[in-house]
Write a protein of this length. Structure first.
Length: 238
């Protein structure tokens, strides 16, 4: 049974998706704690309602990033984590913190990395004129929004899309790929070789959403699930 600690700064909708998937799919893991750097993070209420221990390490109470990260690591390590999951945790972490959890900390970023690291990814995608946008689950390294990619989701960018419509269509995809990536980890199925993540036995590591616009997604029978199709990039049969 592996311990998962999830870090959030706000609502934590990806945290909610992971918590639900862990329970519904009977993972060999438990959500040991949900921690936040903001005492008013709405996701803390959800976690507490599920009986999950919650905690706050308020970054405003620390003079610098290093001292905050030290306190945060202490709070995390109290739960003996096998995996630390960043789910909308809006803090840049020090290299020392990242090294402490090397190979056992994941993040989700709303772009097809390595494209568009940092903030405002949907606006970046539109300004670049890309025709495909998406989200990436990756292992965390000291370089911001980099690290071996576990799983990605891709959506088509339509001519009428805005940052808001892209975000709205991408979020259901995030809620599928992040729990899947975490499940692979707790099942011991991930292997990193030369900075490339492999799944054993192989499974598709790419999901493609079919809807090209928010209007198309709204007219689909179920835009949160049926609009997303797994694409086998590994050569394995589904």
């Amino acid at each position: 049974m592996k311990n998962i600690v999830i870090l959030i700064s706000g609502r934590g909708s990806n945290m909610e998706a992971i918590v639900r998937a862990c329970a519904e799919q009977a993972w060999p893991a438990r959500i040991a704690a949900v921690l936040s750097n903001r005492p008013d993070a709405p996701g803390l209420k959800f976690a507490a309602a599920q009986g999950i221990p919650v905690g706050v390490v308020d970054h405003r109470h620390y003079p610098d990033r290093a001292s905050f990260d030290k306190a945060l690591a202490k709070a995390i390590d109290a739960h003996v984590p096998d995996l630390v999951v960043l789910a909308g945790f809006m803090r840049i972490l020090t290299p020392e913190f990242v090294e402490h959890y090397a190979g056992r900390m994941m993040n989700i970023h709303p772009s097809l990395l390595p494209s568009f690291p940092g903030l405002h990814t949907h606006q970046q995608a539109l300004e670049a004129g890309v025709k495909v946008h998406g989200a990436s689950v990756h292992f965390v390294t000291a370089a911001l929004d980099h690290g071996p990619i576990v799983l990605q989701a891709a959506i088509e960018v339509g001519p009428e899309d805005t940052p808001e419509t892209l975000a709205g269509r991408l979020l259901p995809c995030e809620h599928q790929i992040y729990p899947r990536a975490v499940r692979w980890f707790v099942e011991g199925r991930l292997r990193v070789k030369d900075s490339v993540v492999h799944v054993d036995p192989p499974e598709p590591q790419l999901l493609i959403a079919l809807a090209a616009s928010s209007a198309d997604a709204a007219s689909a029978p179920d835009s949160s699930s049926d609009s997303v199709t797994p694409v086998d990039t590994t050569g394995a049969r589904q």
